[in-house]
Design a protein around this ligand. Structure first.
Ligand code: GLN
Length: 456
């Protein structure tokens, strides 16, 4: 059914960069046999899934939405992909994304944008717009995304799907092509909160192949989702983040947010307002830390080891440096180049302490704001994204306007805490989906599922 939906709608949506119908059907047949024998590999055995094209997959191309990796087929599976296979989930294909996960609209993909299934003239969010659009248009019941500054949660919000960024270190990053190692996390994109919990339990948990993986069992996520679904939140203390629930938000987004807060109160939660004063610096901090890490990570695309190699025109025996320059010039898009330049500048001698050093100090202040807030409340809430889906092309020439989409999602990545976005109804003025964000302390991902499921 998922493959039939793709046949029908993906010409218009463009959620996928690569569809593996044959592989998915073969895996589904094996799953049928296990189920018939009464020995399913997991609760999701046989449920197909789409995978963001930034996760390595043996036998399937992995482009990261970039020309520089066109044609590259990785020799190994990301740990999360290996776990999907072991749990019996057929992989439908690889989904479109902003190049190297840099963007909030999927318009920075070198292979053309993804369209929002709610309105094809609008963006599906980014960088994981392909995963969110695949789930929203019923091309996949489940997908994997990655979230460095909001790329799972913001696409979730603008496509009416559920998106989870787990605690940093809670899900393995082995085989996730890094944008910013200290911020990246893999997580579920689904239609329901329970589906996300089931998927999270399959992909999560310790992995010796990732040195930042937390060596500790996950809290009971499915149980928390089931508990939340009873609609009883008595005893739970919720903090509305002052800095993320007022200025700069579309009125329909705020209206739906306030209604969801009322639902939490009706479910028995106690709601208070909590100030996190340093969150106003989160965007500036992120846009220094992230390009610094990205510029260093992307140095490995040197025309020697992977994918594309371009020889400079008119040079008879070009030097290695000339080949690298021609390849990177042709292979990287504008946004990637912009961030490499920003990161290289901020890390250069004489500037390093003023930019990177200062950003790291502010990052600590943001973590301290979270720590202080979680002394008062169990979870924090805000709208996920300041606006509903905007029109394709609207913010493409204005990087700052694009960066502002991440206002509410970035603090969680800087501090490593988990977050979920759940659908919170349609904005009155444009009839488009809005998202409600719940944040919890590190390693307390179960709270996201309890609160998220209570809102469904
Ligand atoms: N939109 C943010 C950025 O452009 C976040 C991207 C992400 O989470 N991968 O960096």
């Amino acid at each position: 059914a998922a493959l039939a939906a793709t046949e029908l709608v993906d010409g218009a949506v463009h959620a996928y960069l690569h569809v593996d119908a044959e592989g998915a059907l073969a895996a589904a047949a094996e799953s049928d046999a296990r189920r018939a024998a009464g020995t399913p590999a997991s609760a999701l055995d046989g449920v197909p899934i789409a995978v963001k094209d930034v996760l390595t997959t043996t036998g399937l191309p992995t482009t990261c939405g970039s020309k520089i990796l066109e044609g590259w087929i990785p020799p190994y599976d990301a740990t999360v992909v290996a776990r999907l296979k072991a749990a019996g989930l057929p992989i439908l294909g690889k989904t479109n994304m902003d190049e190297f996960a840099m963007g909030s609209s999927t318009e920075h993909s070198a292979y053309g944008p993804t369209h929002n299934p709610w309105d094809l003239e609008r963006i599906p969010g980014g960088s994981g717009g392909g995963s969110a659009a695949a789930v929203a248009s019923f091309q996949a019941p489940l997908a994997l995304g990655t979230d460095t500054g909001g790329s799972i949660r913001q696409p979730g919000a603008v496509t009416g799907t559920v998106g989870v960024k787990p605690t940093y270190g809670g899900v393995s990053r082995y085989g996730l092509v890094a944008m910013a190692n200290s911020l990246d996390q893999v997580g579920p994109v689904t239609r329901t909160v329970l589906d996300a919990a089931l998927l999270h339990e399959i992909i999560g948990g310790h992995d010796p192949l990732d040195s930042t993986s937390v060596d500790q069992p996950l809290p009971p996520l499915v149980e928390a989702a089931r508990q939340g679904a009873t609609g009883d939140l008595s005893g739970l203390k919720v903090g509305v983040i002052t800095e993320l629930s007022g200025e700069g938000y579309q009125s329909g987004v705020l209206a739906r947010f306030n209604e969801s807060v009322d639902l939490l109160v009706a479910a028995g939660a106690e709601v208070v307002e909590v100030s996190c004063p340093n969150f106003v610096h989160a965007l500036a901090t992120y846009y220094l830390v992230m390009p610094c890490e990205a510029s260093s990570n992307l140095a490995k695309f040197d025309a020697m080891r992977y994918g594309l190699r371009v020889l400079p025109e008119g040079v008879e025996s070009p030097s290695a440096e000339e080949v690298m320059r021609a390849t990177r010039d042709a292979g990287f898009g504008d946004e990637v180049k912009r961030r490499i330049i920003l990161g290289t500048y901020a890390l250069s001698s004489g500037y390093y302490d003023a930019y990177y050093g200062t950003a790291q100090r502010v990052r600590t202040l943001i973590s301290q704001d979270f720590a202080a807030a979680f002394e008062q409340v169990d979870v924090l809430v805000s709208p996920t994204s300041p606006t509903t889906a905007f029109k394709l092309g609207e913010k493409l020439d204005d990087p700052l306007a694009m960066y502002l989409n991440d206002l509410a999602t970035i603090p969680a990545n800087l501090a490593g805490v988990p977050g979920i976005s759940v659908p919170s109804g349609l904005a009155e003025e444009d009839g488009l989906p809005t998202g409600f964000q719940v944040l919890a302390p590190a390693l307390a991902d179960d709270r996201l599922y309890r609160v998220g499921a209570a809102l469904e």
